[in-house]
Design a binder for this molecule. Sequence first.
Ligand code: 5GP
Ligand code: ZN
Length: 113
Amino acid sequence: MNCIFCKIVRKEIPSKILYEDDLVLAFEDIAPQAPIHILVIPKKHYSTVLDINENDKELIGHIFMVINKIVKQKGIDEKGFRVVMNCNSQGGQTVFHVHFHILAGRQMHWPPG
Ligand code: 5GP
Ligand code: ZN
């Protein structure tokens, strides 16, 4: 499958990996939108959040445990951070392999762009 994040999972293209286990990979975003910009992805390919179903509850819970671990490791837990998932065209999704963005290191604003 011609999916750039699946290629990152298979180490066919390089990335700066911050966390890895059997189910999840976290790596630095190539075009950071904040001083800290990390992507957390399931190793299994899901195109969008719409592909996630009943059987994936444990995986999604696990991803949030990983996010929790990463923000503490990075020391951004106290000051704060933002977790974002974009879906489809108007949601601003550009890579169709489910991913959570962790953004931190500057003041976030609301509403988002
Ligand atoms: P989306 O717009 O789909 O929510 O987010 C996709 C993100 O993936 C973007 O922030 C973009 O910079 C990042 N990205 C795209 N291609 C690559 C890549 O090859 N390596 C890394 N590390 N990040 C990428
Ligand atoms: Zn993929």
